[in-house]
Design a protein around this ligand. Sequence first.
Ligand code: 5AD
Length: 348
Amino acid sequence: MQKTEQLIYKLRDTHSLTTEEYETLITHRTPESAGLLAAFALVQKQQIYGNDIYVRGLIEVSNICRNDCLYCGIRGSNKNCDRYRLTGEDILECCAEGYELGFRTFVMQGGEDGTFSDAFLTDLIREIKNRYPDCAVTLSLGERSRDSYAALKEAGADRYLLRHETADKSHYEKLHPANLSWDNRMRCLRDLKELGYQTGCGFMVGSPYQTDAMLAKDLKFVETFRPDMCGIGPFIPHKDTPFRDHPAGSVELTLYLLSILRLIHPPLLLPATTALGTLAENGREKGILAGANVVMPNLSPSAVRRKYMLYDNKLSDGAESAQALETLRKRMESIGCTVVVARGDIKK
Ligand code: 5AD
């Protein structure tokens, strides 16, 4: 048996490899190893989630950001970004429309917009939970203090998504300005988990300076941190960032990593991300067939959608939009999956 094949069986049976073994699995991948990993990933997903695909309505609440991450199109210093911020009312309208469409999770995602105070957010979260007690509220608003995370949790937030971006500290420092620290990122993730949030981390595939050894560290991090969700997508350059000339990440490698993540922690919620859908024809379907089980269509008001440009050509309409849920349903059915109306909590 080939080395990679042995590692795949080991991963399937023990849900764990050493960091070096993850690296070998990545570096020596072949179409055959990808096929075997995907087949095992689908078996494990099927055993836990059947054919169900969970959907979340993504509300991009603000593209105003105090940070200046080198890869991101809404980085604070990008003068060409047309800034907006939704009001509480706007957000509640998105929820109303989303509920009608069948969404039972609302994800409020945004840049680190200083005006989103705890008071504003706790009022809003309470109002959403009041109106839609059967829905989960997910926040994705970046780094905040432990006290802030605690207050938002107390108000009813169920989940928090904060990608770790890279598990390698020196790599983190190459992707972020000096005022952002990997240690604080990790502190946030630990706090979120301790406070009882269903917690999501994640990373980009093919970000500048990334090596296979770093991706192996990301996988080991997921194995040990045990998040409830892990969002991964290919890096895509944005024309107004320092990484504008850097090539986009690989779709094939992203799919390969999705299969590995499914085997590391079979119940993991794994989204087929917008970045994957942007870079590949039928990218989301490919993600699902590699082991993903979540899609997050865009529920933002159409007037602001094109302004939340994290990277060039980011999809926001077509099957990517929440309004096209019927299209998404059909596309999922064409690959044997069913979009379900449910909160879609992790099955432990
Ligand atoms: N390409 C791909 N993903 C990106 N993100 C930000 N900028 C890019 C880009 N250029 C991802 C980051 C962030 C999430 C909201 O979007 O991982 O955490």
